[in-house]
Design a binder for this molecule. Structure first.
Ligand SMILES: Cc1ncc(COP(=O)(O)O)c(C=O)c1O
Length: 307
């Protein structure tokens, strides 16, 4: 693969094989929708790329451009042992001949899961850090903060949560060519939600579903990312975490099976399964007016469910 000398996003997207046209919008079928006269569509951002799927490329796109513009060849970030973010970053590094380092939460397991084995296969240097160190690392949000100096590279905060990420996320809206009232999105750091809220006309709203229990900090983080207090067309629902991050229940599993009996949509229980469960439940409880159209953004993440 040739080295990229002058960063050019069109060239980078071609090199990586990003396929925007694949990320179609399709109707979702479920009896609760017809009964409550609400339309639900899903934007299949999971189909953007087989590895850098969903919001991963959206968030990393301008972060990567920024790093390359500054002449960096080494990208460092952090995540859990199943991190979709590190998975996408390692693949990008592999395809673009960039060095990558991943700081992973907790002890090194005796046997790699599928995510970790992909990270190593794509040449990412892995360093396992204690949970307390991991919490400390979450504080570093700028490209040149402590870990950048320590590992001599370009630091990307957990989940790509920074200003540059918002721009790429906002581009999702350019690909929505139908009328709608509400966008729905799963939240981990709230960055994707912030990127959508920033670009969305004030006549529309974006509704996030927290994948985490006790995700109260999310609202604060979204406000910090948005910087502009007048942007208030967003909210986050905290009722559908199913016990916490990456936790699941039989009810959630049956819901995913039920959705898949009506639709050909791959779903994982960590982010998108919970978001769709929450949406359908809210629709059943008449929390949306009749005649409304919702577009859910499928953020991918299916690799995390292979392990
Ligand atoms: C598949 C998937 N969906 C949703 C999210 C949540 O995105 P954000 O951290 O921008 O809230 C993540 C985490 O980045 C993710 O991996």
């Amino acid at each position: 693969m040739p080295d990229i000398i002058k960063p050019d996003l069109v060239q980078i997207e071609t090199e990586l094989g990003i396929n925007r046209k694949a990320a179609i919008i399709e109707p979702v079928q479920h009896p609760a929708l017809a009964y409550n006269k609400v339309q639900l569509h899903i934007k299949r951002d999971d189909l953007l790329h087989p590895v850098i799927s969903g919001n991963k490329w959206r968030k990393l796109k301008y972060i990567l451009l920024h790093a390359l513009n500054k002449g960096h060849q080494h990208l460092i970030s952090m995540g859990g042992a199943y991190s979709n973010h590190l998975h996408a970053l390692a693949y990008i590094g592999h395809k673009l001949n960039l060095k990558t380092t991943g700081l992973i939460r907790g002890e090194e397991p005796e046997k790699d899961n599928k995510t970790l084995s992909d990270l190593r296969r794509w040449g990412m240097t892995l360093e396992f850090v204690s949970r307390s160190r991991f919490r400390e690392l979450r504080k570093y949000r700028t490209f040149d903060s402590e870990p950048a100096k320590l590992y001599n590279g370009f630091w990307i905060p957990e989940g790509g949560a920074n200003q540059e990420a918002l721009r790429g996320v906002g581009e999702i809206l350019k690909e929505i060519d139908m009328e709608f009232n509400t966008l729905a999105i799963a939240c981990g750091t709230g960055t994707t939600l912030a990127g959508l809220a920033k670009k969305l006309p004030r006549t529309h709203r974006v509704l996030g579903f927290s994948a985490l229990k006790g995700g109260g900090f999310l609202e604060k983080d979204v406000k910090k990312l948005l910087k502009d207090k007048s942007i208030n067309n967003w909210s986050i629902n905290f009722d559908y975490h199913f016990g916490g991050f990456a936790k699941t229940t039989d009810e959630l599993t049956s819901f995913i099976n039920e959705i898949q009996s009506y639709n050909d949509i791959p779903l994982e229980p960590i982010y998108n399964g919970k978001m769709l469960f929450g949406l359908i439940d809210m629709i059943k409880n008449e929390r949306f007016k009749k005649g409304q159209t919702i577009i859910a953004i499928h953020t991918g993440g299916l690799q995390g469910d292979r392990n």
